[in-house]
Design a protein around this ligand. Structure first.
Ligand code: DQA
Length: 155
């Protein structure tokens, strides 16, 4: 499908260690690689009339910069901040400053895991959070953003 230059941009941001998907604790995170997830997101976004930017970084500051760059440019953010979810006030502040609707995604169900994973700084700035559904969470997040962007959602 030819990409429409006017399609709203969704920035899909991935944090530390997510480049290891496929080999990293597959019993928790599944066997798909991040490239597999990116391909599925691109295919699905095209059906929704959304343009996708997809990135991964192991560095907190780079994630902050990527979030800042969404302001006034991206229509939505899908973010799996990995372990920074549970530690980073800087990422929370960047999301609040960006003023772009964000959906938080985790492959695993963080509430069934270590207690330090139960708290999310990202959640304070996110419209919603999807966890425990594996890579399908990214697809659901795109659906949620498409709905929010069209103004059909309540929230
Ligand atoms: C994760 C959950 C985090 O607690 C963990 O640090 C990750 C992955 C997930 O997708 O389930 O790196 O964000």
């Amino acid at each position: 499908m030819v990409k429409n230059r006017l399609d709203p941009i969704i920035s899909i941001l991935n944090g530390p260690n997510l480049n290891m998907l496929g080999s990293r604790q597959p019993e928790l995170y599944g066997k798909e690689t991040l490239a597999d997830i990116e391909a599925a997101c691109r295919t699905h976004a095209a059906t929704l009339g959304l343009a996708v930017e997809f990135s991964q970084t192991n560095l907190e500051g780079e994630l902050v910069t990527s979030i800042q760059q969404c302001r006034g440019r991206a229509a939505g953010i899908v973010i799996n901040a990995g372990a920074y979810t549970h530690t980073s006030v800087a990422i929370l502040d960047a999301l609040l400053a960006a003023e772009v609707p964000a959906i938080e995604v985790h492959l695993s169900n963080i509430h069934q895991r270590d207690s330090f994973r139960h708290h999310s700084y990202v959640a304070k700035a996110a419209k919603g959070m999807i966890c425990g559904l594996g890579s399908h969470g990214y697809i659901l997040a795109l659906d949620a953003l498409a709905r929010l962007i069209k103004g059909n959602a309540e929230a």
